[in-house]
Ligand binder design. Sequence first.
Ligand SMILES: Cc1cc2nc3c(=O)[nH]c(=O)nc-3n(C[C@H](O)[C@H](O)[C@H](O)COP(=O)(O)OP(=O)(O)OC[C@H]3O[C@@H](n4cnc5c(N)ncnc54)[C@H](O)[C@@H]3O)c2cc1C
Length: 693
Amino acid sequence: MEGVASRRPADVVTWSCADRVFAVLVDDNLESPDERLGIVQVEGTPDVALAVDQLEFVLPALQLVGRKPPPALADFQGRECWNSTIRQETTELKRHGADPAGGTVVAWVRDDGIASLSTRPVTSGTCADVAMRATLSGCEGVRCSGAPVVPGTAHESECQMANQHDVVFIGAGHNGLTAAAYLAKAGVDVCLLEKAAFPGGAVNTQELTLPGFKHDGGGMAHLFIQANPLIASDELELQSKFGLKYIYPEAAFATVYPDDTALFVYKDIDRTCESIAKFSPHDADAYRRFYDMTKPLVEMLASGLFSAPPPFGALMAQLDQSPVGQELIRSMMMSAWDMVNQWFEHDKTKIHLTKYVTEPLVGAEEKGSGVYLFLMVPLSHMYPAGLPEGGSGKLTEALARCVEAHGGTIRLNAEVTKIDVRDGRAVGVLLASGEEILARRAVVSNVDPRVMFADWISPEVTSSEFRRRVAAIQDPSFVGINQHLALNEPPRYKAGPEIDKAYCIEPVPWLDEYRRIYDDLRYGIPPKTKAPLVVCPTLHDPTRAPDGKHIVYLWHYEPWALKDGGPERWDTIKETVADEVLAALRQYAPNMGPENILARTIHSPLDYHRMNVNLYHGAALGPGATMYQFFSYRPIPELGQYKTPIEDLYLVGHSTHPGGGITGGGRAMVQVLMSDLGIDFDEVVSGKLLAHA
Ligand SMILES: Cc1cc2nc3c(=O)[nH]c(=O)nc-3n(C[C@H](O)[C@H](O)[C@H](O)COP(=O)(O)OP(=O)(O)OC[C@H]3O[C@@H](n4cnc5c(N)ncnc54)[C@H](O)[C@@H]3O)c2cc1C
């Protein structure tokens, strides 16, 4: 079926394909490129795809082109498509219609009838880029500025230029996207090559159970990123321009005890202390003193988390200058358990704090874990825990939009299998399809260095000692299993509806049983006692499930290498283990039985490793967050400044500073890369240096 582009009144392009007619509205009067475009399928299937917030533009467009609008707005099945370019699978790209006047839109239709459009202006470069992608994926009839791509012509070499970029990223996780977005804003031609069919890596939102139930496939609590100027100062306009909106629940955490009482962590320190004082005035007072002691130093350190880390020795020397700095150094050598015992008396406080500080996947009784008590207590009162409206993936969607709006390219289903190193310099990458993408200035890997150096780089390029040290990067103490539930109603805790005001809920057993969980983990045994982390995002954001329905995220610590059967055995036991976690939750929330659960999807540690090798050995946060793999020693000192022994090859992501989690840590890395490229990061941020200026 031929794709036919025809120009209608100045601001509408329509075309037909596979018996369907599509209309695109282009309104150049609007400022944001995203707002300029509306797309709608006007005939064919009842499923009308369009950006919900563009309805008012699309409806007049339909009238303009003389098509009958659907009878009522309610008949629209709202679906976002304004960033559909990034979701485009190039292998499926079959037809496109270009605005023949050299205007502002390139649109195409996949075989399955899904329409996509590029929000990038059609200059010869970008048009060639689109055409090149289409040509490479074997599409016929692709036109670029009206001209077919004919092998051997100047136009073809123009297209081939599209396979070269200034900076090529391997992986489009949120860290890679962050770094790429800053670069693109500075006018650097970036290309992100992403193996998966969606951008965002471990920050994604998908219908993992039933249609309309939007689960976070990876990270869900956006805590540390709130301190990052990326969000705090909206440096890339993710909130003001690219559609990201945070919701901040009233309380970040609630620890629920077997006697159906609870401890709440609010951003407000006074309210938190009041909650602790209900069972221990002594601990409430100690908590406040601990906060007062740690806050000034952590405030100072927090600003450094989003820039390259200082050398470890220099950092220690500086900390050693003050009593509170010395206390921080001591905490790096103590366990959180030791510290908690020095400060607090009540079991409930001890359980709460030693659970809270294990979020980085370090056991609270391991030496060095004390630093997380030192850092996490003040941080939780300095910044609110947020969740993006619509799901975690809205962060990475906004980042992707930002990259594209500044002229960057994101290619999905593009698996890198090799890094091309010539004369000690990274010059490009090879895709599984056999295609080579060249990097004029740098290659940046968003993937764990253990994978990169073992699988993608010829061994002779680095020394055997270096490879040994990379292979010896340590996993975290434990990993986790997750289950995503589609529910009729939210968990109803025996502790009462007050629990619903918290985002993360931690139902815990009493202290001795709780401590034994970590003994089992040490021995590779799925803990007999379960203490899950429960999140019901729909209580705070009802857009994530059909009317009145709910979703739950049910996470539990488990070992990677099972004593009995190794990691491979996860395929056999994951359902049983998930059932046990659910049964533990039922003791606190009795309505979590089969009658309430509409559907469930379980992800074991092995599933995570398989779905994204950057979650190496199932580690949600990358290499272990122990102090010898932190700051400028993350993951090892030789790689601690995002550079590698190979010239122009850089690392970004949770295996580098500031470590695992939704941090936007790519902001730190990109400052190093920009400095090497001769770009002033501060000017980019302040807007003095703008892309395409
Ligand atoms: C289940 C789970 C729960 C979590 N919960 C939280 C939480 O609540 N709060 C929090 O702060 N953090 C949480 N995290 C951690 C956080 O999500 C991650 O640390 C962070 O998102 C990592 O981002 P990244 O950009 O470094 O890497 P990733 O997001 O892992 O991105 C790497 C990208 O590289 C791609 N890739 C891999 N191989 C190739 C290849 N050969 N070619 C091309 N591309 C490739 C991958 O597909 C992926 O998109 C959680 C993680 C998981 C898995």
